[in-house]
Design a binder for this molecule. Structure first.
Ligand SMILES: Cc1cc2nc3c(=O)[nH]c(=O)nc-3n(C[C@H](O)[C@H](O)[C@H](O)COP(=O)(O)O)c2cc1C
Length: 320
């Protein structure tokens, strides 16, 4: 599962974990500054069942990143990932994210400091280049330089980021995908663990990338909008394990105790169910589920009875 700001918060990750025990989950990006100066439990707290879970950091100051990595390791994250792919303006002005594709030496310094500060693996998520860089030259040079600082796991979002003129959303759609270049990197650096990201739309699409040599596949938007289509059955198909649930409905039921606990602690139903609207995409009752949960989400006092009503409606749709 890809790191996605505002989307892959702890509630979302707990939900995704009900569908797959094996998929690696990523936090939203948290800046090193925020980890150091912000409300740590709010930014870094997570549920024990989320493992394996990776903390993604944003930043480009080796000392701050080292400090933030050590704090993340103390929280028990399984790995610390550095964001070298996010193109948003806010992130560019702080000199981090995709602009770091132009500064491989600085990235190497950052990851060396992050590794020295704590014992967890440090990984990098990058693009294939930015702006008018020649991806076929820049990406191998980037991997060479950064891996020489001790990083052996990279996630390659297989398109460029254009730093001027495109919104972050457009930067996930307009620059063309180049899977072949990611495959070529795996051939050139067989000792590195390279995961492919970008435009993968379903679990069915994963094996072809693995057969092409990639060590893993990271999925973002498709998994968020249609989680069952990506995560349901992943454990058996990709790892040969038993799946934690067999149906989307079982996943919805499995979420009930977590939702109850959150409500009892004073949280809102919407905090959790906003991530679950797409669970039944393409199935009978999907529209009613989305509508009932969205309506309940607008009410501060919405509770477990509203969730149960949405579940009951699905029972009725399945029986019809
Ligand atoms: C709403 C949203 C927020 C995102 N936030 C982050 C982020 O915090 N860090 C990051 O590295 N990428 C972020 N991304 C990019 C995704 O991790 C991923 O690289 C991109 O969506 C391409 O994968 P996909 O085609 O499977 O969605 C975000 C994407 C979306 C849609």
């Amino acid at each position: 599962m890809a790191p996605m700001m505002d989307w892959t918060d702890r509630h979302c990750r707990v939900f995704h974990r009900t569908l797959s025990r094996r998929a690696e989950l990523y936090t939203e990006m948290v800046t090193a500054q925020a980890v150091i100066h912000g409300d740590r439990d709010r930014l870094l707290g997570y549920e024990a069942e989320e493992h394996p879970v990776v903390l993604q950091l944003g930043g480009s100051d080796p000392a701050l990143l080292a400090q933030a990595s050590a704090i993340g390791a103390d929280y028990g994250y399984d790995a610390i990932n550095l964001n070298c792919g996010c193109p948003s303006d806010r992130v560019q002005s702080g000199c981090f994210g995709a602009v770091l594709m132009e500064k491989a030496d600085l990235v190497a310094e950052c990851v060396a400091a992050m590794r020295a500060a704590q014992p967890r693996p440090v990984t990098v998520k990058c693009r294939i280049g930015v702006d008018d860089q020649v991806a076929e030259e820049v990406l191998p040079a980037f991997l060479e330089t950064v891996s020489s600082a001790g990083v052996s796991h990279f996630v390659i979002h297989a398109r460029k980021a254009w730093l001027q003129g495109l919104s972050p959303k457009e930067n996930r759609e307009i620059p063309p995908l180049n899977y072949e270049l990611a495959y070529a990197m795996k051939r050139a650096f067989p000792q590195l663990e390279l995961c492919l990201n970008g435009g993968v739309a379903s679990l069915d699409a994963v094996p072809a990338h693995l057969e092409a040599g990639m060590d893993g596949v990271m999925i973002g938007r498709a998994a968020y909008h249609d989680p069952a289509n990506v995560l349901l059955g992943a454990d058996s198909r990709l790892w040969g394990d038993e799946d934690p649930v067999k149906t989307a409905y079982e996943a919805a039921v499995a979420m009930r105790p977590y939702i109850a606990k959150h409500l009892e602690a004073g949280g809102r139903l919407h905090h959790i169910t906003r991530h679950m609207l797409g669970l039944f995409t393409g199935q009978p009752g999907a529209r009613a589920w989305r509508r009932l949960l969205s309506e309940a989400g607008g009410r501060r006092e919405a509770g477990l009875a509203d969730y149960d009503a949405a579940l009951a409606r699905l029972d009725a749709s399945a029986a019809a």
